[in-house]
Design a protein around this ligand. Structure first.
Ligand code: NDP
Length: 293
């Protein structure tokens, strides 16, 4: 078993991003700029946004956090997004999910200018991805592709079983792995909670992408010897063992699956770190007008 080490891969790519950001600053006189909007104070969201902001600073981007109380109205939020859309000094805008129930996430996603949608959730970007056109790829699937690239894993001809069909992870991942590209060129099976014979399908997989949101969901008896395991899950549980007061678990039973796998991502230290790299790469591409000139 070999580890797909998110720390190693992300640090290497962040160095490249930092060099490009410095060149962009020298040429344009400004830094790539990412704005994040955070509504409320959900523990997980606070941590993710703080990490995104910190990483922006590390690679020489400008980052701004706009916070709203959980009582903010949908209209107020949409108005702010419209305002940022018009600001030529902003390259990327993300709104951290989940949002409170009175705010429609679809409206929020569609209000963000697709040219600043560095999370890659806007229908224009998803549609362009589907057609293999330049677009902002959703940050987590993009991070997974970058991880596979970093370890020069050839996915051509492999059977990839994606578990989970969310709009932000499972569904886009299934499209990307089936694309005529490498990473890609896979035969893909997209599974979900209504899938009848998940274990049988998983056992046929050369690559499993687990994006379910359930601790230790993928067990050793579901994995073919030599499979590549990508664990997207981040499940937080309170713990007295850690300083932070919680511990993170993936969707894969790492201890028992790892000995069977050829490659496996750890949690933490795997896909989560690569998601941030995906976001940074999209923000840089936006600043450089590489996707939408
Ligand atoms: P969602 O809750 O949106 O989707 C979960 C998916 O899992 C759904 O499609 C659901 O099926 C499926 N599912 C649930 N139970 C089962 C089951 N018993 N058998 C098969 N499929 C099942 O989650 P996300 O995609 O947003 O996130 C998944 C996990 O990844 C979470 O732990 C999340 O925290 C983590 N995550 C990590 C990121 C990172 O950077 N590492 C980024 C984003 C998410 P159905 O559609 O039928 O309900």
């Amino acid at each position: 078993m070999q580890l797909l080490d998110g720390k190693f891969a992300s640090e290497k790519i962040k160095q490249e991003i930092a060099a490009e950001a410095a060149a962009f600053l020298a040429e344009s006189g400004r830094k790539p700029h990412l704005i994040a909007i955070l509504v409320g104070n959900d523990g997980g969201s606070e941590t993710y946004v703080a990490s995104k902001m910190k990483n922006c600073e590390k690679v020489g981007f400008q980052s701004s956090l706009i916070r709203y109380d959980v009582t903010v109205t949908e209209a107020e939020l949409l108005q702010k997004i419209e305002e940022i859309n018009q600001d030529a000094g902003v390259d990327g805008l993300i709104v951290q999910l989940p949002l409170p129930k009175h705010i429609d996430p679809e409206k929020v996603t569609e209000t963000i200018d697709y040219r600043k949608d560095v999370d890659g959730f806007h229908p224009v970007n998803l549609g362009r991805m589907m057609r293999n056109l330049p677009c902002f790829i959703p940050a987590t699937p993009y991070g997974i592709l970058l991880m596979l690239q970093a370890y020069q894993i050839d996915t051509t001809g492999k059977h990839c079983v994606v578990v989970g069909r969310s709009n932000i992870v499972g569904s886009p991942m299934s499209i990307l792995m089936a694309r005529n590209a490498n990473p890609g060129n896979c035969t893909v099976t997209l599974t979900h909670s209504k899938t009848a014979n998940l274990k049988e399908l998983a056992l046929q997989a050369d690559i499993i992408v687990a994006a379910i949101g359930k601790k230790n969901f993928v067990t050793a008896d579901m994995v073919k010897p030599g499979a590549i395991i990508i664990d997207v899950g981040i499940n937080r549980e309170t713990s007295t063992e850690t300083k932070s007061g919680y511990k993170l678990y993936g969707d894969v039973d790492f201890d028992n699956v790892a000995p069977k796998a050829s490659w496996i991502t750890p949690v933490p230290g795997g896909v989560g770190l690569m998601t941030i790299v995906g976001l940074l790469k999209n923000t840089l591409a936006s600043a450089k007008k590489e996707i939408y000139p």
